[in-house]
Design a protein around this ligand. Structure first.
Ligand code: NAD
Length: 467
């Protein structure tokens, strides 16, 4: 009998296994595919590896900006793919190493029975018993019910795009979200004509609008065509019929070598059918702040909870879930207000905490529309401080011709830092400092006391704070 059974070996599952094992628990972890899950095998790591190759090519072609002459620059996509596989293999081996001491079962697991003190799981014809279950089954690519998309050989999802041995000659990307814009960057930097079709009025609708506008400007210069407020009506082979979402409802036909669909992911509930009483909300496993489901010995972490589909959130959720099972004191909760996120476009957009529209909505609701306006509107509640990234010397040295933006949002009452939103390279690397400030509830005065190394791009945070 195991103390804990974990279904799914992605960032949530392998983190939970490691934490539980370190605490002395007997752990069984089921993974039907390769350990590492979507993130390591067909998500974050392979995309970032290919994006890095594309950036090297792009930088070499544009090296003259830095006084370097590089002639006849070319690339070999197959070699880029081979390197990507090498990186993935290395990291998967690293995870396996960390899981020594846990029983890994490389098979499709299915819950067959549950009582309040026992869970029975079946995998590859064998039954396994555990006291607690942690569901980490992740998410799967979603294909919208648009006629002609399903079973169309010209249509890819992100997994198909990552594994393709050859580059498409041109690509239509449906969905201008995180995955869509990262693939748009990859293909555009390798010289492939890209068109993005987004249903909403703007791409990356959850992110700071000023940052996104700067990205759009850059994307246009890179030759990426972005069609917003545009709905896909149907697909026929390599062609899409799309309709503008305005009064005229103009339709047009777009064609490309391949169509890549990236319109979100859905929780994967496979293998959980026997847990008939498990509460499911909006297609995902419903959990409380400690990742507990409605069933006493069943927890869930990661994409399957449908909360925030990010690998680093999944890992933190897993730590919280196991901490709760182990009855650790003090009890931990996840600081959902301080989750950093990065879109690996070029330039990168990185952010943490609340955005201006989220804060406006929050205060309008809290105060009521009339009081909100009487008090002076958004300005009365929070303050926005922002500077171009060029206020950092290192940024200027390394980002010829780029402007960037760093925006900080403060609570007017107590000068607490509520959110930070940046566009500029390498925002992904210094957003952690801002996350720390938001997580710890730092005020402007407290953040001013932090010493940033010089010259680094991270100093932009200090400049904005002092500005
Ligand atoms: P997403 O929700 O980020 O974006 C989907 C986009 O598709 C939205 O902008 C939506 O308006 C648009 N859309 C939906 N239906 C459409 C239609 N019929 N036609 C045109 N546009 C349509 O989803 P995603 O980009 O697929 O990413 C899935 C998940 O993976 C997200 O939760 C994302 O955060 C995560 N992810 C994160 C990273 C990262 O952190 N760098 C990278 C990749 C994926």
């Amino acid at each position: 009998m195991y103390n804990i059974a974990i279904i799914g070996g992605g960032p949530a599952g392998y983190t939970a296994a490691e934490v539980a094992h370190q605490a002395g628990w007997k752990v069984v972890l089921f993974e039907k595919d390769t350990i590492g899950g979507t993130c390591l095998n067909v998500g974050c790591i392979p995309t970032k590896t290919l994006l890095y190759s594309a950036k090297q090519y792009h930088n070499a072609r544009n090296a003259q900006k830095y006084g370097v002459t590089a002639e006849n620059v070319s690339f070999d996509y197959l070699k880029m793919q081979q390197r990507k596989q090498k990186v993935v293999r290395k990291l998967v081996a690293g995870i396996r190493q960390r899981l020594q001491g846990c029983d890994l079962v490389n098979a499709d697991a299915k819950v067959v029975e549950r009582t309040d003190n026992k869970i029975i799981i079946e995998a590859d014809g064998t039954r396994y018993e555990a006291g607690q279950l942690l569901i980490c089954t992740g998410s799967v690519n979603f294909t919208p019910p648009i006629p002609g998309l399903k079973d169309n050989p010209f249509v890819w999802d992100s997994t198909d795009a990552l594994s393709a041995k050859e580059l498409p000659k041109s690509i239509l990307i449906v969905g201008g979200g995180v995955i869509g814009m990262e693939f748009a960057t990859l293909y555009a930097e390798l010289g492939i004509p890209v068109t993005v079709v987004e249903a909403m009025p703007r791409i990356l609708p959850q992110l700071d609008e000023d940052c996104v506008n700067l990205l759009i400007e850059k994307n246009r210069k890179q030759g990426i065509t972005i069609l917003t407020a545009t709905k896909v009506l149907k697909a026929e082979e390599n062609t899409l019929v799309v309709e503008e979402q305005n009064e005229e409802k103009i339709t047009q036909t777009l064609s490309a070598d391949r169509i890549l669909v990236c319109v979100g992911r859905r929780a994967n509930l496979q293998g959980l059918e026997a847990l008939g009483d498990l509460h499911i909300e909006r297609g995902a496993v419903k959990v409380n702040d400690f990742m507990q489901t409605n069933l006493p010995n069943v927890y869930a972490a990661g994409d399957v909870t449908g909360k925030v589909m990010l690998a680093h959130v999944a890992a933190r959720q897993a730590e919280v879930a196991v901490g709760r099972m182990l009855k650790q004191i003090p009890l931990q909760r996840i600081a959902y207000n301080a989750i950093p996120s990065v879109v690996y476009t070029n330039p990168e957009i990185a952010s943490v905490g609340l955005t201006v529209p989220q804060l406006e909505e929050f205060y309008r609701e809290m105060e009521g529309e009339e009081t909100f306006l009487k008090k002076g509107g958004a300005e009365a509640f929070f303050q926005v401080k922002q500077l171009p990234m060029t206020y950092s010397g290192r940024y200027v040295a390394e980002n010829e011709g780029e402007t960037g933006l760093c925006k900080l949002i403060l609570d007017r009452r107590n000068q607490t830092i509520l959110g930070v939103h940046c566009i500029g390279n390498p925002a992904s690397e210094f957003i952690a400092a801002a996350s720390f400030a938001v997580r710890m509830g730092y005020t402007l005065g407290e953040f001013r006391q932090v010493i940033f190394p010089h010259p680094t791009v991270s100093e932009i945070l200090k400049e904005v704070v002092n500005g």
